[in-house]
Ligand binder design. Structure first.
Ligand SMILES: [Zn+2]
Length: 137
């Protein structure tokens, strides 16, 4: 396949995307801003992260702390984490959370909500209408 064919293919694919999907602005996965106090870590922009992801903060905190393998709690606008954590590692966890629980698997937009059915979780996308089961890793 030459480059022009590929371009045409992209154009065709783009035409099939509904208009409301095209319009929504580009989403960027947030990154953590950290403050260290004694031997502990605070994510100081925790509230901003929650607002960007548009997820329940208790759900996020539960998953995030478990993956980080540490104890912690929400303290006001910040997330307190026991012991010292590397920024790079936390950003990776944040990225994984966003890909699993926020971004639509079909159109990759963040306009989604989590729906619970018994023990199963689904990600419902407002942008393209897809509904995919969330596979927790
Ligand atoms: Zn979608």
């Amino acid at each position: 396949m030459n480059f022009n064919d590929y371009e045409n293919l992209l154009d065709k694919a783009y035409e099939k995307i509904p208009d409301n999907v095209k319009k929504s602005k580009r989403f960027e996965i947030p990154t953590v801003e950290l403050r260290f106090e004694g031997k502990n870590t605070f994510i100081v922009n925790f509230n901003k992260i929650i607002n960007t992801l548009n997820r329940d903060k208790n759900h996020f905190t539960g998953v995030f702390l478990k993956k980080a393998g540490t104890f912690g709690e929400i303290r006001g606008q910040q997330l307190f984490m026991k012991s010292l954590h590397k920024e790079k590692v936390l950003n990776r966890l944040l990225e994984n959370y966003t890909k699993t629980y926020v971004l639509c698997k079909i159109c990759n937009k963040p306009d989604t909500e989590i729906q619970r059915e018994g023990k199963r979780l689904f990600l419902k996308c407002e942008a393209c209408g897809a509904r995919e089961e969330i596979k927790e890793k």
